[in-house]
Design a protein around this ligand. Structure first.
Ligand SMILES: N[C@@H](CC(=O)c1ccccc1NC=O)C(=O)O
Length: 328
């Protein structure tokens, strides 16, 4: 019985899909409109590698900086030209269904953002089969804490993740920072084409190297644990932007919309990010698929770059006469 009236567990729409359709819904490359699936995946990895080579060749950086004792506990840090440590930091968590991708091909946004005075951190974590979901969540928390401790004068840490990386970033909404000894100065979340309820994933081929149980999937589903998020975030103005591409699959759209809208549960009163005091917003980006939404970040004039810069620099809305342009 669905007592929440908000579409509870028994009503989960993905449960009505046959195995083949569920697999398709959770295969982003099957929904691209410009290039074929294989070519899209190849292009994604090529653009990511090129952007990373360019960032490493042209920006001041510190690469493979350890944030912990584990071999995979590494971040790359890319700096703006301004000689200061009081930068805002964008911490990027790459996607790849928790089983592929790396920081070494994920510096998409580094050149456009460092040019505007934002330090960019690209996080490595132990993908499956080496790492488990629980370990990856802990690694992202530790990397964020590391940035806070190394740059205590930061002008805010903005957590940005793509796809599986958006899931890992969203888990930081639920993190109890007390055991880490410091609460990061989180000023924004940018969750791009993410997955927030992992239960449907358990029934797809994505789970083969992950070995998630239903219990593990629920434990790591931010959609199911919004009641654990602080009622008031440390910074009440901390925005949570839930963003999805127009050509993401219907299931990816549903995941983003429902994460933004509500905590669908028959056991708890509906909890939304907004009712818990977070400044959440939802945006569908026009005419981009699951991969273009990220590879377009290599372009300075990309709409998502403008959204990111606006989130970082225009906290307080200016009078309406202020020009839209971010250049001052
Ligand atoms: N095997 C998937 C690839 C995929 O999902 C993916 C690839 C690169 C970056 C993010 C991805 N998705 C989620 O993390 C596909 O064919 O769409």
């Amino acid at each position: 019985m669905d007592v929440s009236g908000a579409g509870g567990w028994d009503e989960a729409p993905w449960k009505k899909l046959c195995a083949e359709e569920l697999e398709k819904q959770y295969t982003p490359s099957k929904w691209t409109v410009r290039l074929g699936a294989e070519e899209t995946l190849k292009t994604f990895s090529q653009i990511g590698s090129q952007a990373t080579s360019k960032a490493r060749a042209t920006r001041r950086s510190q690469l493979h900086v350890p944030y912990g004792d584990g071999k995979g506990d590494k971040i790359d840090i890319y700096f703006p030209d301004v000689a200061s440590e009081a930068w805002p930091f964008l911490v990027f968590v790459h996607g790849g269904y928790w089983q592929y991708g790396s920081k070494d091909e994920s510096a998409f946004m580094v050149n456009p953002l460092t040019a505007q005075g934002v330090a960019v951190v690209v996080v490595a974590y132990d993908i499956a089969p080496k790492g488990t979901l629980d370990q990856m969540v802990d690694q992202v928390a530790r990397s964020t804490v590391f940035v806070q401790k190394r740059y205590p004068c930061n002008e805010g840490i903005y957590l940005c993740g793509h796809s599986a990386g958006a899931h890992l970033a969203a888990m930081m909404l639920l993190t109890n920072w007390t055991k880490h000894g410091v609460t990061p100065n989180l000023r924004g979340f940018l969750l791009i084409s993410g997955i927030y309820d992992l239960e449907p994933i358990v029934s797809t081929s994505v789970n083969a190297p992950l070995h998630m149980t239903l219990e593990g999937a629920r434990r790591n589903s931010p959609q199911w644990h919004l009641e654990a998020a602080p009622v008031k975030p440390a910074d009440p103005a901390c925005p949570v932007l839930v963003i999805v591409g127009q050509h993401d699959s219907p299931e990816f759209h549903r995941q983003s919309r429902e994460f933004y809208q509500r905590h669908a549960s028959s056991h708890f009163p509906a909890q939304t990010l907004c009712t818990r005091g977070w400044k959440a917003s939802f945006e569908e980006l026009h005419d981009v698929d699951h991969f273009e939404i990220i590879w377009n970040l290599t372009q300075e004039d990309d709409v998502l770059n403008q959204i990111i810069l606006k989130t970082i620099f225009q906290k307080d809305p200016q009078p309406s006469s202020t020009p839209e342009s971010l250049q001052s």
